[in-house]
Design a protein around this ligand. Structure first.
Ligand SMILES: C[S@@+](CC[C@H](N)C(=O)[O-])C[C@H]1O[C@@H](n2cnc3c(N)ncnc32)[C@H](O)[C@@H]1O
Ligand SMILES: [Zn+2]
Length: 358
């Protein structure tokens, strides 16, 4: 098999070629971090992630693999060696393995949901000033509200099954990491968070201090969403009645209300992407550009078609016209990576409705 410059064997082990975009995105992010990074690819399968991170970036000082499948652990080391990368592979269960270990960067890419590994991952940094966590979640149906009971008992949050569901889902996942990080006196800084196809990927910097932990705690809260008039707002508490139309509103959360990405990280990733010849180079650049625009805006977006249906506006305006209308009215307005028909803006529903009609 081949992915970018890596030739590797997959045998009977798990390899999903559709995740190449995610691995390229992740490798760019790893390249923006500090020098001398010790990295654990915790759910290695063929080892392709760890191998790409180490082969494509000069800042990995050591690479180890963990997989509870003995074939996968062995194969990861063999594939690394065949690509000229030194590594150590362990056949072990991730949580048990981490009990007395510590790394600068943990890659957590399990099947399905990452929730059972968050505590052990964060705990492994307890004697350090910080580190980096990379989580993949493919349980998007749970986080996005298709199975609300599962979201409540796994993530301790109410999801939202409406136009914002992907953004709400990724914010619930971030809140979950943040809450556990707080227990160990860490604050979190999301470096990049993205939703793509059937998965979420989040990259988090852990920062050790009670001030940072408190700051992080203060960045969590609720989103109130009115299915009738489309009003949405965020705050420490949710409201069961829409303050605009008086109808019943949904409350999503607790969830992360802060920024999903760090501008400096995204800019460095774009710079690295411009120097590499990835298959998804253009798509990576465009996704990063959209994500940059999302920084500093409220923790939701408006979906154009749903908003038009709700407000009885037909036909929907062209996206570029809508953006211009909002910007001319003095609002920030950008497209979002969460939806090709989503607009992130600081305009409220009345102003958004007016911009749709103009
Ligand atoms: C989704 S695959 C990893 C894919 C890989 N990172 C890639 O990019 O191709 C998940 C892998 O984690 C392993 N695994 C699942 N649960 C585990 C656990 N609790 N501890 C260690 N390995 C685990 C499985 O054997 C499988 O090889
Ligand atoms: Zn309302």
């Amino acid at each position: 098999m081949r992915e970018e410059a890596i030739e590797f064997e997959a045998g009977k082990n798990f390899y999903n070629p559709h995740m190449q975009f995610c691995r390229s995105f992740s490798s760019l992010l790893v390249g923006t971090l500090q020098k001398e990074l010790s990295l654990l690819d915790g759910f290695s399968a063929t080892g392709i992630r760890g191998i790409r991170y180490a082969k494509e970036n000069p800042n990995i000082s050591s690479l180890e693999f963990v997989d509870m499948n003995p074939e996968a652990a062995k194969l990861s080391a063999q594939n690394a060696k065949a690509n000229g990368i030194e590594s150590e592979a362990h056949e072990a269960e991730f949580n048990s393995f981490l009990m007395d270990k510590r790394y600068d960067f943990l890659e957590i890419d399990p099947f399905g949901y990452p929730a059972p590994h968050i505590h052990h991952a964060v705990r492994s940094f307890r004697r350090t000033k910080g580190g980096f966590l990379s989580f993949t979640a493919t349980d998007t149906a749970v986080l996005c509200g298709a199975h609300p009971h599962a979201c409540k008992h796994i993530y301790h949050s109410f999801p939202l099954h409406d136009e914002l569901f992907h953004e709400v889902g990724i914010r619930i996942l971030l809140k979950c990491v943040s809450r556990i990080a707080n227990e160990f006196n860490f604050g979190i800084k999301p470096l990049a968070s993205f939703s793509h196809r059937h998965f979420f990927k989040i990259f988090i910097k852990l920062e050790h201090s009670s001030e940072k932990a408190l700051e992080t705690f203060s960045s969590t809260g609720y989103i109130t969403f009115c299915h009738s008039c489309g009003h949405r707002q965020s705050g420490r508490m949710g409201l069961e009645t829409c303050p605009k139309c008086g109808k019943h509103a949904s409350i999503a959360g607790p969830l992360w209300l802060g920024d999903l990405h760090e501008l400096e990280t995204l800019e460095k990733m774009q710079e690295l992407n411009s120097q590499r010849d990835y298959k998804h180079k253009k798509q990576l650049h465009e996704t990063l550009e959209l994500m940059k625009g999302e920084i500093g805006l409220p923790p939701w977006f408006y979906e154009i078609h749903k908003s038009c249906a709700r407000l009885n506006i037909q036909p929907p305006p062209k996206t570029e016209t809508l953006l211009k209308n909002l910007q001319d009215a003095g609002f920030r307005a950008v497209k979002t990576h969460f939806s090709p028909i989503g607009i992130k803006t600081d305009a409220d529903i009345c102003s958004f409705g007016k911009a749709l009609k103009d």
